[in-house]
Each structure stands twice: as C-alpha cells, then as structure tokens.
Design a protein around this ligand. Structure first.
Ligand code: TYM
Length: 321
C-alpha cells in the first residue's frame, strides 16, 4: 500500500483532524510507503499573513510528531518544499473541466453565499490531485469531507491516462466510518470555519470549560435516549475506552441521567486521552532543530519521488523532461 495524505496549516489541530485523518496516518505508517505533508500552498488560500503561515506550518509538524507520526517510518514534509507539485498541477489544470471544478463543494458553497472566490479556491482540488498523483499513491486516508476531492483526482488521472497512455496510479480514499465526520460543539461538522472546534493541544482546564458549555437538547432527566447522534455521546465515544463507551450507551438507553454528568465524564475522558501527546508536544517544542531536520530529510525523499513522476507525466504529454 502506498499511502499519502495532507493537512492544511490553518491553525490549531482539532479532534476532527485527529479522528478523521491523523489516527489513520499513524495506523498506516508501517506501509511500504507513507507520505504525509503539511499543505501550506493550499492554506495560502485562507492564511494571508506570512508570519502566521510560517508559524502554523512549523507548529503542525510538531503536532503530528507529538501525536505519534514516526519519521523513521513515514516521510513528513512541507508541500512547498516539493516544487514539482506546482509543475504537475499546471499539467493537470490543462485537462481539468470547468464543470467538474464548479461542482466542488468548497467553491460552490462560497459562491452560494455570495462571497467572492478566487482562482486558488476554484483550482484547489487540482493542486490536491497533483499532491496525490506525484507519489504514485494508491491510498489516501481522509475524513468524509475530502472524498469529493479524491474523486476529482481520479477523474483527472483517468482522463490523462486515457489521452496520453498509462501514467498515473489510481488512488482511493480511505475513510474510517466511525469517525468520518466528527461533530463540533454545535453538532455540525467540526471545522475551523464553523468556530465549533475542540483543539487537540488545548489546556485541559480550558477544554473542560468548552465542553461544559456545549448546548444540549431539553430532554427531561428521566427520559431514555438513543446515544448515537447525540453530540456528547459521539464525542465521548471517540476518547473513552470501549468498556466505558458501552456503559455510557446503556445509561442513555436507561434514562435518568443529566447532561452535566455526561459532560464531566467527557471532559475526564478527554483529559486522559490527550495527556500523553500533550506532554510529548511540550518536549518536541523545545527541540525545534530536530523538527527542522526531520522536515528537511522528508522533503528530500518526497522530492526524489515527485521528480520521477513529474518526468513521466512530462514525457507522456510532450514536454521535454
Ligand atoms: P484539512 O486540513 O481541512 O483537514 C485535514 C484532515 O482532517 C479531516 N477532517 C475531518 N475528519 C472528520 N471529521 C471532521 N470534522 C473533520 N475535519 C477535518 C479532513 O477530512 C482531512 O483528511 N484538502 C485537504 C488537505 C490536502 C490533502 C491533499 C489531503 C491537500 N492535499 C492530498 C489528502 C491528499 C484539507 O483541506 O484538509
């Protein structure tokens, strides 16, 4: 299996990022090839402040390492350190149908809200396709929101292969059903743009406060409730051990519980679950040179592979390589 995925450095990493994608990065890092990168070129669409983009990019590397990404197994790098991606993106842009990109949700939503969208947002899925195809990846671990982009990538690869001969490997999205769409504190998909995130590297006390403020329904105390689909239960089931999850589900079905107690149980489980990575993060943050070295080594490895695939694509379509 050849695995690849990317994450945008647009601010603090949240539970949705971890359970939807990063836990899969870690689980799949023993594969023949695992490439994980920090998508700073994509983030430039949103982060329009040079110092912030620098900071978020480096902090994201520390976050991923603290969560268990092992540079001895997987290759970790920054997207812009592989300029071949932008070259490959151009080649793919030349065959990308407008209609296909117009149907992509990020762009469509912005236009529907009457907000101005730029060409960077419009062509975002093509850059993502270049990311995936440049490493001959066949497996892309992501949350459900990215599946459409992987489909666009498959369309672009398929039509290039059809026109110019077999060049690109067909990738597949790898989505974990149980955490494909982690809810935020308001029940919508957890997302920075909805302002409903729980940050992974949050101070435990501050996170407890956030959890206690989650708005719940006005169900009477004695009434039983189906656990799945309830925000508190869904979040609890991500961070609690299996046995606790089962007893919590039984409690919901029995009724007679108050949401205050559930919130407390959720905050306790979260504090336990994140304690280790939070401690590890503090250690790594004190060794920035080591992190820089990991990113430098990763970029060299990634570039080598991307250059090989770019050359193949250039040759196929008649550009001197
Ligand atoms: P990004 O930075 O928005 O999110 C990173 C990963 O986190 C997942 N995710 C979620 N999963 C479940 N529930 C949620 N609430 C939730 N929120 C975020 C996302 O699905 C994603 O896997 N376009 C990508 C970055 C990218 C990329 C790539 C990914 C650029 N090139 C190539 C894969 C392959 C993005 O915006 O992810």
């Amino acid at each position: 299996m050849k695995v690849l995925s990317g994450i945008q450095p647009t601010g603090a990493i949240h539970w949705g990022n971890y359970f939807g994608a990063i836990q899969q990065y870690i689980a799949l890092q023993n594969n023949e090839q695992a490439f994980y990168f920090i998508a700073n070129l994509h983030a430039l669409n949103q982060v329009r402040d040079a110092a912030k983009l620098h900071e978020y990019t480096f902090e994201m590397a520390i976050d991923l390492l603290a969560l268990g990404l092992d540079p001895n197994k997987a290759t970790l790098f920054v997207q812009s350190d592989v300029p071949e991606i932008s070259q490959l993106c151009w080649i793919l842009l030349t065959g990308a149908p407008m209609g296909l990109l117009e149907r992509c949700v990020a762009y469509k939503d912005k236009v529907a809200k009457g907000q101005p969208a730029d060409a960077g947002l419009f062509t975002y899925p093509v850059l993502q396709a270049a990311d995936i195809l440049a490493y001959d990846s066949d497996t892309v671990p992501v949350g459900a929101d990215q599946v459409q982009h992987i489909e666009v990538c498959r369309d672009l690869a398929g039509s290039f292969n059809h026109q110019f001969g077999q060049t690109f490997v067909m990738p597949k999205a790898h989505v974990l059903e149980a955490s494909a769409r982690v809810p935020g504190t308001d029940g919508e998909k957890m997302s920075k743009s909805y302002n409903n995130t729980l940050a992974v590297f949050e101070d435990a006390k501050a996170q407890r406060k956030q959890i206690m403020r989650i708005v719940t329904d006005s169900r009477p105390m004695d009434q039983a409730k189906e656990p799945a689909g309830d925000v508190l239960y869904d979040l609890f089931s991500l961070v609690a051990p299996d046995a606790d999850r089962e007893s919590m589900a039984a409690l919901y079905r029995r009724g007679g519980f108050g949401y205050g107690d559930i919130k407390k149980a959720l905050a306790d489980a979260a504090e336990k679950f994140w304690a280790e990575p939070r401690a590890r993060r503090a250690e790594l943050a004190a060794k920035p040179d080591q992190v820089r070295q990991i990113l430098g080594d990763g970029a060299a490895k990634a570039r080598k592979k991307a250059a090989e695939v770019l050359k193949r694509a250039q040759k196929a379509c008649g550009i001197p390589a």
